[in-house]
Design a protein around this ligand. Structure first.
Ligand code: ADP
Ligand code: MG
Length: 508
């Protein structure tokens, strides 16, 4: 075992984690009925006879859900089963009027696969066991103010893809990084909207601990983690709790637990059922799901470039650090915006810096995503051009961007909304016109006329004889003071490097 693995031990125990994630698929209608999947409707207005489990109502497979399962399988390099089977998972609960959930058990649609990501600069791969299609259950609503409970079947039959990993993760940080990467993949390929608050991406974390080299410990499964922050807290608490149990001589019992964000604790809600308790058997109402090779190959040909592949291309084509490539591929829209700016400005690294720095900060502050911003990448490229040709300083450029951001008047042109292909976006040309107009209106043009600057510097040297003398006496700080004075005299419009050079020349 490598030294990094050893250093991950918590109080001498190794942490083992496996994830089961329910991703809600982005189909318009349900997995076996034509009712809508839209979130937030009045209770029971989006449920059909199939979802209500009326006698005689039969399920019909939604092709769009299968399409999305294929896309996921391809994205994680899994095997797409040519034939998979739907089964009935039998249990009784008020929000499940049929008395069983239709799921896939023995033969899932996606088998195997791998999710890869970087954690603290180290490459990790988590193997997937499977991804299977299933229907969601309804919801119990407890109306405390009238002392009654009701059932809402709007969510019943919503298509889910449940993605199951091997117990490959060895720290809670690695597990969160896996969940983030998985979230990125499913939203990137567009099979899930990723909205965790609305329950579109729900993770169950299976956690156990063991002494290094010992067989796997008994796991407890923390259900329904729907924020990355809670996920981390819940697993950290669970690890400490299990170690404490073992240290005090008690055995961990396999159980399903819930995390309470208010107390920060996990608590057992039931002992874990075994597969046998569910009395799985193939659903006689649904024939096996058949997926021909041509369907898979057609899907493969139409899929956009995946985040990790794109990040590798950014490193290779634009000479960017791996870190930058990771940041820039945070979403498909962000990556594609960056790439347009990079190509139009012909300055990929500077474009990367503006995207990760100023643009990201502005997006965070306004709580917007890049595709909600009405600034054309051509204009940001124009701004970069004006910095590079020394029309404006970096400081002035930030002022220009602020102005553009606030006015949002340099509205989206066709170049922003075009769809993304595997070769990256079409190359557009930089648009400097709006930038030039602001530079003009606000008088931000740099003072890079050597003659004018020299005159100012002469004045500064004359007025600061004390600093000049100190510099000559060997005080380096005095030089910086002179640069500061000169920059001030130009109202920040001079290029600091040019001021530096001129001062050095004059002082000999
Ligand atoms: P079930 O179907 O009963 O939930 P599985 O064997 O399918 O059980 O495992 C469910 C999840 O639990 C998987 O993600 C798997 O990797 C994980 N897992 C299994 N054993 C352990 C263990 N000892 N510690 C941590 N995770 C585990
Ligand atoms: Mg399970």
């Amino acid at each position: 075992m490598s030294s990094t693995a050893a250093s991950l031990l918590v109080q001498g125990y190794e942490v083992v984690i496996g994830f089961e994630t329910h991703t809600q698929l982005t189909t318009q209608s349900k997995i076996f009925s034509r009712a809508s999947t839209a979130f937030g409707a009045e209770p029971n207005t989006q449920a059909s006879s199939v979802d209500f489990a009326l006698p005689g109502a039969l399920p019909v497979m939604n092709k769009g859900a299968v399409q999305r399962a294929i896309e996921f399988g391809l994205a994680v390099n899994g095997h797409i089963a040519e034939s998979s089977v739907f089964a009935r998972k039998n249990y009784f609960y008020p929000d499940l009027p049929k008395g069983y959930q239709i799921s896939q058990f023995e033969i899932p649609v996606v088998q195997g696969g791998v999710v890869e990501f970087f954690l603290d600069g180290e490459k990790k791969s988590v193997r997937l066991v499977r991804a299977h299609l299933e229907e969601d259950a309804g919801k119990s609503l407890h109306e405390d103010f009238i002392g009654m409970s009701g059932i809402d079947l709007n969510r019943a039959g919503t298509p889910l893809l449940e993605i199951v990993t091997e117990p490959d993760m060895r720290s809670t940080a690695e597990a969160v990084a896996y969940a983030k990467e998985l979230h990125k993949i499913v939203t990137w390929i567009g099979i899930c909207d990723g909205n965790m608050q609305e329950g579109s991406f729900r993770c169950d974390a299976n956690v156990s601990v063991r002494k290094p080299g010992a067989p796997l410990g008994t796991r407890r499964e923390i259900k329904n983690l729907n924020s990355f922050k809670f996920m981390q807290h819940a697993m950290d608490y669970e690890v400490r709790w299990q170690i404490n149990e073992i240290e005090e001589g008690r055995a961990v019992q396999q159980a399903t637990v819930l995390f309470n964000p208010d107390t920060g604790e996990t608590r057992a809600m039931r002992t874990k059922e075994d597969a046998a308790d569910y009395r799985y058997f193939p659903d006689p109402d649904l024939p096996p799901l058949m997926i021909g090779r041509d369907w898979v190959e057609k899907t493969r040909a139409e899929m956009s470039e995946l985040p990790r592949v794109m990040a590798a291309r950014f490193v290779k084509d634009y000479g960017l650090p791996e870190y930058d490539a990771g940041q820039l591929t945070q979403s498909n829209a962000f990556a594609s915006y960056f790439e347009r700016v990079a190509r139009a400005s012909e300055e990929p690294k500077i474009a990367a810096n503006w995207m990760m720095g100023e643009m990201q900060a502005k997006l965070n502050k306004a709580q917007l995503t890049i595709d909600e911003v009405q600034i054309s990448p051509a204009v940001l490229a124009g701004l970069i051009k004006r910095v590079r040709d020394e029309t404006i300083t970096n400081k002035a450029a930030r002022e220009v961007l602020e102005e553009i951001w606030n006015s949002q008047r340099w509205t989206v042109t066709a170049d922003m909304k075009q769809t993304y292909s595997a070769k990256g976006p079409e190359t557009i040309s930089a648009d400097t016109a709006p930038v030039d107009a602001i530079i003009e209106a606000k008088g931000l043009k740099s003072m890079n006329d050597n003659g004018a600057l020299e005159k100012i510097i002469d004045d500064v040297l004359a007025a600061n004889a004390k600093n000049v003398a100190e510099f000559r006496a060997g005080n380096a700080k005095a030089f910086n003071a002179l640069v500061g004075q000169a920059m001030k005299a130009t109202q920040g419009k001079a290029n600091p490097a040019q001021v530096n050079a001129l001062l050095k020349k004059k002082l000999g």
